[in-house]
Write a protein that binds this ligand. Structure first.
Ligand code: FES
Length: 136
């Protein structure tokens, strides 16, 4: 192989690599967005969460806690604290949600009781259908 032909092949390979690395981001930019892969709803048997108990689930890649409250029924909240994003825990004895990071506390309606959280916990839509709790 002559030197001139070898250099031509090397330049062609480098050029096509450079063109590909420029074209790919452009094609991705103009391509339509991927479909929304969010879960529409999750069903849990009511009997899986006894009165006063809670169950943790993952809904649309977010940690969620579903609580079967005394007198008020089922409710679901994001577990992500509105202060700095730690995950709150359900304290069955105190009937509160407690953030382990800075001692923020929330009542079982999601309202801030104490500590630094600036907002209530976001509620997740929930309905009771027959024997099931449907989240989402
Ligand atoms: S992150 Fe929850 S109180 Fe600070």
């Amino acid at each position: 192989m002559k030197r001139r032909r070898f250099l031509g092949i090397v330049l062609a390979v480098l050029g096509s690599t450079a063109a590909g690395s420029l074209a790919y981001p452009l094609l991705r930019f103009f391509a339509p967005p991927a479909r929304d892969n969010k879960t529409k709803s999750i069903s849990i048997r009511k009997s899986d969460i006894r009165l006063g108990e809670a169950k943790e689930i993952v809904f649309n890649n977010n940690p969620v806690i579903v609580i079967n409250r005394y007198e008020k029924g089922f409710v679901a909240f994001s577990k992500v604290c509105t202060h700095l994003g730690c995950l709150v825990e359900y304290d069955k004895g105190l009937r509160k949600l407690v953030c382990p990071c800075h001692a923020g506390t929330f009542d079982l309606d999601g309202n801030v009781l104490s500590g630094p959280p600036p907002r209530p916990l976001p509620a997740i839509p929930l309905k009771v259908e027959g024997d099931f709790v449907v989240i989402g």
